[in-house]
Write a protein that binds this ligand. Structure first.
Ligand SMILES: CCCCCCCCCCCCCCCC(=O)SCCNC(=O)CCNC(=O)[C@H](O)C(C)(C)COP(=O)(O)OP(=O)(O)OC[C@H]1O[C@@H](n2cnc3c(N)ncnc32)[C@H](O)[C@@H]1OP(=O)(O)O
Length: 195
């Protein structure tokens, strides 16, 4: 049974359907990591989720994440916060398709079934509505295959921010390193609004 979603995650009356950016990656294309040190998608985080997302149709993505021993809460089972991170990361990757820089404002998660170590979580997410800077989206994670039973799901509100959100709030050494890395700058540009 789906639990109730809070009023904060119900789009207002003037919300509009999301618009896929004309230069968004084609359906099936891998999105890659937005930052090598990202806990969700980065390849340089030994205990990270190493989540790999691909563009879907419209403003949707799919992703997979395999639970490793470093992700346990109870013996042999994934930690709920890690599963919420996988949902958050998948939802965050939707912003590649809008070409909008946005951060999670609110994330509401249902944990439906326990997810064992070694299991692969098949995630899918889509943007449902946009209202000004507010991006409403939803995600599910299934086990056993892309059509397997739902183990986790989330509804979320992302808020569009400017790049200064990161440069003014992030620890200076990581910001400096990111700005000095041409590959990182190129990936940040891919988020920029308006071609
Ligand atoms: C060199 C650098 C390269 C960088 C390259 C970047 C690459 C791209 C990286 C992406 C990374 C993704 C990674 C995964 C996704 C995370 O995990 S992101 C990390 C977790 N999230 C955060 O840290 C966000 C922390 N929170 C904040 O900074 C601020 O609260 C926010 C979210 C920016 C909002 O603050 P604000 O801009 O002052 O906006 P505010 O005016 O308060 O609110 C705007 C609207 O949103 C609503 N709202 C705001 N918060 C909420 C809420 N929690 N609940 C409900 N409504 C809310 C407000 O009510 C308001 O509504 P309206 O009045 O317009 O109707």
């Amino acid at each position: 049974m789906k639990s109730g979603t809070s009023a904060a995650l119900s789009p207002p009356a003037d919300a509009t359907p999301p618009v896929r950016h004309p230069e968004a990656p084609a359906p099936g294309e891998p999105l890659g990591a937005h930052y090598g040190q990202c806990f969700g998608c980065g390849g340089d985080q030994p205990h990270g989720l190493h989540l790999q997302a691909r563009a879907g149709e419209g403003v949707s993505v799919t992703a997979e994440f395999t639970v490793r021993p470093a992700h346990q809460g109870a013996p042999g089972l994934a930690h709920g916060g890690v599963l919420a991170s996988a949902l958050d990361e998948t939802l965050g990757s939707l912003n590649w398709l809008l070409r909008t820089i946005a951060v999670t404002g609110r994330l509401e998660t249902d944990f439906v079934r326990p997810v064992p170590v070694g299991a692969t979580l098949y995630l899918s997410a889509e943007v449902t509505a946009v209202a000004g800077r507010k991006i409403y989206c939803t995600a599910t994670g299934r086990t056993g295959g892309p059509d397997g039973p739902v183990a986790v799901r989330a509804d979320a509100l992302f808020i569009e921010v400017k790049v200064e959100h990161f440069t003014e709030n992030g620890r200076p050494e990581e910001i400096r390193a990111a700005l000095d890395d041409p590959d990182q700058v190129r990936r940040a540009r891919a988020f920029e609004v308006n071609p």
